[in-house]
Design a protein. Sequence first.
Length: 78
Amino acid sequence: MKNLSPSRFAICLKNKGAEDLIIRKLYQVLPDEKAEKKGLLRVIDESGEDYLYPANFFFTIDLPRKVERVLRQHAIAT
């Protein structure tokens, strides 16, 4: 298996003005230190692309490694 960077995941809590986000859905968060310093998260949204959204739209969560691995494999396959 490839050596992948650690995945982070977040649950969408708000989507005001963001049509490609679904409230209560889990999204993969990609690393972007510059964006995070500005209060933004880089998220793979419903379009399948990564975009910046306000961090307060999400609640980041820690998942068990087994769950993260399954979610990463699913994301790679799609």
